[in-house]
Design a protein around this ligand. Structure first.
Ligand code: ANZ
Ligand code: ZN
Length: 822
């Protein structure tokens, strides 16, 4: 009994579980609705290297709920796969002169082995890889469906360009500091023709549905998406221009029109070239060379020195006829709003910085009580009293001011109220090899021709090593035999599109493919989507807040509008797990503070590592590996395991009656655990299981002894609770307690409500301030019952001694105060 060999236990149970196939989701039950379904999803990994501590944490957390749901009799879908296209594999292929598939599928096997051993209750029959032609066939099919709806299109525009990865990036892939999300290089701009998904078509709905997700999405994601989508109300205002068509600007503050002192157009917008006078044309040209180097993020940064050129032209302010010089600058973006603004330096900091740099006038039109921005250099944006603003003068409410001006502009025909979104369309094409080819053929006669459905997938041609080196154009362009095809429409010579899709396209719909991963006739089965969707809990990292989590929501809405699903949002609940750090800092090679998962598993075993990760903190908080104790977890697991041994060896001894005190602890623990699990307080569940182990040990050693049925009941409860985080130990306990495997298939213990009642409490009865009796009563006794009990007590009756009871003050369950007369 003495030694618990964790690795032997792992080897013993893994094949048993696989034979039992206990985690296969039951489609028939989901379709018939005979059992309530639960779809549990955790973000699938990139196959770069082996699993790391972050994976270990998220899988451990995720598995708690998946296993709990099964205990509660739900039909659980818990799939796993790999997001296996992408740059890491391609870069490795270039380094090692091989095909990206070599690296990809080798790593997938490594990760699969690690996951298997890690004992997560995945339904492996649904395993998928996004780089399999059977998968990307449907990615391509979806692309064409989107295109049919006008939701995928090509346009020429300035785009984000990563000079290191030599590919374009979506806005979502440029980090707040203007660097590439993948490699950290400074992102620049290029003018290119690229493919886009029309995410902006759903901007309003993507924004509005966030209100419904607010409570069930734990973490910062909802707010991050709200800001990213950036809904703002304002107006489009039209300004006449001398010798030119009028220009329209988007403004959130039409109420500040009287404070406009100049106009600015995006230097790289067509409009700038149209407005510039011949004298100023060269200055604009020179300036543009500078502008092309900066990213959007840089350009919008408030602390960036302002630069620009005067275009030589003037606009007319529609509310007061004032003449406003038109400038070009890079702090106005070409593809946001209309690419032109009215500048109100007193009330917009970027405009004020520009005005000060270029020596342009500043006019305050809202007096907020702060010092004048003209003197301080600090723009004011709050509520205040309108001044120098014609019909607004004296008003004090911003919303009212905005409303009045919009009415005025609309009556004049010079403006309209609008809703605007910061969100822009999703740039999806990439100039890299290891992705799904865009299934379009370009024909000189017919234009863009979709690849016919029966010719999907468009498979990647075999390229390797140096062929894949980034050159700024797609490597697929080098595979001439692949590129040159007959036009499906006219039969003439044509060429395949040589870009591939961003891997975020693959991951936008993988949770649909899990429903019928081997279906060769469709992307997924709509009936199964109806039965299983939406996902009941999604667990993943916050770094995907405005990337994957937004794209997946967009895809879901499109699929709904295509009639393939009947739900609006993919993830009913979302939980972002904290990070595993070490010594207060992010694990990194340069700090040398990395913790190797494989080594931890070798040293402590799967269960101890899993338990440590779940026990360390609430799932959304960071875990500092320097503060936790996997060896403590091992010791606890052995203590738990010994309970089962004690019960087993005491079998046949004279059984006692069932220790009520221990039974109460057991039932209370199970009862509370259910509530804690539903609210993701997994660490507390572990703590409570530890307490139950201690109580059971105490009962064995100094109480009722191991033969008492209460001890067996407690040990079984421990095994079931432990199986959520430490499945191997739990299985071993379950067997020692005389049960067939698997503990994962056991029923959640039924709680006896009678055992949840706390023991009695002592109520004190006072007469004229003197204690006359102590009563043992139920903690939930009613005031009336307590009063009756108190007045019937012999000691109390004697003390009253026939005198008048004037008043009885009852504070159930602890106190009765009797006031007697005369
Ligand atoms: C005048 C004004 C006065 C503005 C004021 C703000 C404050 P959000 O909320 O981000 O949508 N703007 C409009 N188009 C722009 C572009 N292409 N590039 C850079 N800035 C642009 O902000 C909208 C505001 O950002 C607009 O309202 C405009 O400046 C500026 F006291 O117009 B505002
Ligand atoms: Zn053609």
């Amino acid at each position: 009994d003495a030694h618990y060999d964790v690795h032997a236990v792992e080897e013993k149970w893994l094949p048993v579980w696989e034979r039992l196939d206990a985690f296969r989701a039951d489609d028939a039950a989901a379709l018939s609705g005979e059992r309530e379904k639960r779809y549990a999803l955790t973000m699938f990994p990139y196959p770069s290297g082996d699993l790391h501590m972050g994976h270990a944490e998220v899988f451990a957390i995720h598995d708690v709920l998946a296993r709990y749901w099964r205990f509660r009799g739900h039909d659980v879908l818990n799939p796993m796969g790999w997001d296996s296209f992408g740059l890491p594999a391609e870069n490795a292929a270039i380094r090692n002169d091989e095909h990206p598939a070599t690296y990809t599928y080798a790593n997938i096997e490594t990760q699969f082995e690690s996951m298997r051993r890690y004992g997560v209750s995945f339904d492996w029959s649904r395993r998928l890889h996004t780089s399999d032609p059977e998968y990307y066939r449907w990615t391509q099919w979806l692309f064409l469906k989107f295109r049919e709806q006008g939701l995928a299109y090509r346009k020429n525009s300035p785009v984000n360009w990563c000079p290191n990865d030599q590919t374009v990036l979506a806005n979502e892939q440029v980090l707040a500091d203007g660097t590439c999300e993948r490699c950290g290089a400074e992102v620049t701009k290029r003018e290119l023709t690229q493919w886009y998904f029309r995410t902006t078509h759903y901007a309003q709905e993507l924004h509005d549905c966030l209100d419904d997700l607010q409570d069930s999405w734990i973490g910062k994601v909802v707010n991050a998406q709200r800001n990213w989508i950036g809904r703002s109300e304002g107006a489009h205002v039209s300004f006449a221009v001398e010798g030119h068509d009028p220009i329209t600007v988007f403004t959130t503050r039409p109420d500040t029109l009287w404070g406009a002192t100049f106009m600015v157009v995006a230097a790289d917008a067509k409009l700038a070239g149209e407005l510039v006078t011949t004298e100023q044309a060269q200055a604009l040209e020179d300036y543009l060379v500078e502008v092309r180097k900066a990213s959007d993020i840089d350009r919008l940064a408030t602390d960036r020195p302002k630069s620009g050129v005067f275009l030589g032209t003037y606009a007319v302010n529609p509310v007061n006829g004032e003449r406003l010089p038109i400038w070009a600058s890079d702090y106005v973006l070409a593809d946001y709003g209309t690419g032109a603004i009215m500048a109100v330096p007193a009330h917009d900091q970027r405009d004020l910085d520009f005005a000060r740099a270029m020596d342009l006038p500043v006019r305050r039109v809202v007096d907020t009580g702060d010092e004048n921005p003209e003197e301080t250099g600090v723009a004011t944006s709050g509520n205040g009293t309108y001044v120098s603003s014609g019909p607004l003068d004296g008003l004090t409410d911003k919303a009212e001011g905005i409303h009045r001006v919009i009415e005025l502009l609309e009556a004049d025909g010079t403006g309209t109220g609008t809703v605007n979104f910061r969100l822009r369309d999703w740039l999806l094409s990439r100039q890299r090899y290891w992705g799904a080819p865009i299934p379009i053929i370009h024909c000189a006669a017919c234009g863009e021709v979709p690849v016919p459905g029966d010719q999907l997938p468009v498979e990647l041609p075999e390229l390797r090593g140096a062929d894949l080196k980034p050159k700024g154009t797609s490597p697929l362009g080098g595979a001439r035999e692949w590129v040159e095809v007959a036009c499906p429409s006219c039969g003439g010579p044509a060429e395949r599109d040589t870009d591939t899709m961003d891997t975020f396209v693959d991951s936008s719909w993988y949770f649909f493919r899990y429903l019928s991963p081997n279906d060769a006739t469709q992307a997924f089965d709509p009936a199964l989507a109806k039965a299983w969707g939406p996902i009941d809990l999604y667990i993943g990292g916050d770094e995907h807040a405005v990337l994957h989590l937004l794209y997946a929501r967009f895809f879901t809405k499109v699929l709904r509008d295509l009639g393939l699903i009947d739900w609006d949002e993919p993830f009913s609940a979302y939980l972002s797990q904290g990070k595993v750090i070490n010594g207060g800092r992010k694990m990194s090679k340069s700090l040398g503070n990395g913790v190797n998962l494989g080594e931890q598993l070798e040293k402590f075993g799967v269960d101890a590592v899993r338990l440590t990760l779940v026990f360390a903190s609430p799932p959304e908080d960071n875990i500092d590996w320097a503060d936790v104790s996997p060896s403590g977890a091992s010791k606890f697991l052995q203590r738990a395991w010994r309970l089962a041994g004690d019960v087993a060896s005491a079998a046949g001894d004279d059984a006692a009656a069932g220790d009520t005190a221990l039974r109460k602890v057991t039932h209370k623990t199970i009862h509370d655990a259910a509530q804690l699990l539903e609210s993701y307080r997994f660490n507390v569940v572990v703590a409570r299981t530890m307490e139950l182990v201690n109580a059971t040990r105490k009962a064995i050693d100094s109480g009722c002894g191991a033969a008492d049925p209460a001890v067996r009941e407690a040990a079984e409860a421990v095994a079931i609770l432990l199986s959520l985080v430490a499945p191997y130990t739990a299985e071993e306990m379950w067997e020692r307690l005389g049960h067939q495997p698997s503990v994962a298939q056991a029923a959640w213990p039924t709680v006896d409500p009678a055992l949840l009642v706390e023991d009695s409490v002592t109520a004190v009865v006072q007469i004229q301030g003197k204690v006359r009796a102590r009563l043992e009563v139920a903690p939930d006794i009613s005031e009336a019952d307590l009063e009756a009990l108190a007045l019937a007590d012999p000691g109390v009756v004697k003390a009253i001694d026939g005198r008048d009871v004037r008043k009885v003050i009852v504070r159930a369950p602890k106190l009765v105060n009797v006031v007697i007369g005369g």
